[in-house]
Design a protein around this ligand. Structure first.
Ligand code: ZN
Length: 292
């Protein structure tokens, strides 16, 4: 079997897409694969699906894919563009990656599984990706969740801090105490960390908050007093009560052991993606911070 055929099958590329070139760089431990397509193809407009002739190609891009053995593998292509009479010049959807993704869908799925089992720093080491890239993947997963989950604000919130990694990095967690779900996670444990949850709510939603259980951490108290109407009277200092709920909610974020993602047809159809994305975590603060 030729290497181009091998990679076409490994990547699952179907007509009109095919693999045109494969380059192996042994020293760099890297495989580069170029995808191309047959001529004369009609492409659906990404907005209205009208079949259209090729207009031109966008610049060549590369997507990180699952490793080939220990070799980092990159898929390259020049995405076709169409000129729709209604929507203008648009880049067509590619079968291996979502719009604006830097990784193939299969790589992102693996990365999300790894992120669920470890922290960001651990994921960067296992996947050999940067801190920013790990955040990028995490944010995209959460954004999918935001689209999938109806917005509702729990009446009874639990707020707690959790050590995220060695070296006293903290996360702020907001939980729905009735449902036992994590609603929000932010970096650090400052007032701004919690402010981000409340500022994402409408005034009506903030008025609907009946009680906030937390320990006596001044920045959190200040955040609730600032953003929740009559906030001071809604704070319940009950650390032991909420810790159990927070622990349960965090445990629920982890996938069940041995669950396979094989057979998935895309992120929206993947059982684990839906779990991550739509269930436990509604918003993930987008502020970034390096590991040290
Ligand atoms: Zn169109």
């Amino acid at each position: 079997m030729r290497d181009t055929d091998l990679y076409r099958q490994l990547l699952g590329l179907e007509s009109p897409w095919t693999v045109t070139r494969v380059e192996l760089a042994v020293k760099a431990q890297r495989v580069d694969v170029w995808a191309g397509h047959a001529d004369g193809e009609r492409w659906p407009c990404p907005e209205c699906a009208s079949p259209l002739a090729l207009y031109d190609h966008a610049e060549e891009r590369a997507w990180r894919h699952l490793d080939s053995c220990q070799f980092q593998t990159y898929l390259h292509a020049r995405p076709p563009r169409v000129q729709c009479p209604t929507h203008g010049v648009k880049q067509v959807r590619l079968p291996w990656a979502e719009e604006r993704a830097r990784f193939t869908t299969l790589f992102e799925r693996l990365a999300i599984d790894v992120l669920l089992e470890t922290d960001i720093l651990g994921a960067t080491r296992i996947l050999r990706i940067s801190w920013d890239e790990a955040w990028h993947i995490q944010e995209r997963a959460v954004a999918r969740g935001q689209q999938a989950k109806p917005v509702g604000v729990p009446a009874q919130l639990g707020v707690d801090e959790k050590a995220a990694a060695k070296g006293q990095r903290y996360l702020t967690l907001v939980c729905d105490l009735a449902q036992g779900t994590v609603e929000y996670i932010a970096d650090d444990r400052k007032q701004a960390s919690l402010d981000g949850y409340f500022t994402g709510l409408t005034e009506t939603q903030r008025e609907g908050i009946a009680a906030v259980a937390m320990d006596m951490w001044a920045p959190y108290v200040e955040s609730v007093r600032t953003h929740v109407p009559d906030g001071a009277s809604k704070i319940v200092f009950d650390r032991f009560h909420i810790m159990g709920h927070v622990g349960d909610a965090v445990a629920a974020m982890r996938p069940s052991r041995g669950r396979s993602t094989s057979g998935c047809t895309g992120p929206s159809a993947c059982p684990r993606s839906i779990r991550i994305a739509s269930s436990p975590c509604r918003r993930w603060n987008s502020r970034r911070r390096g590991p040290g």
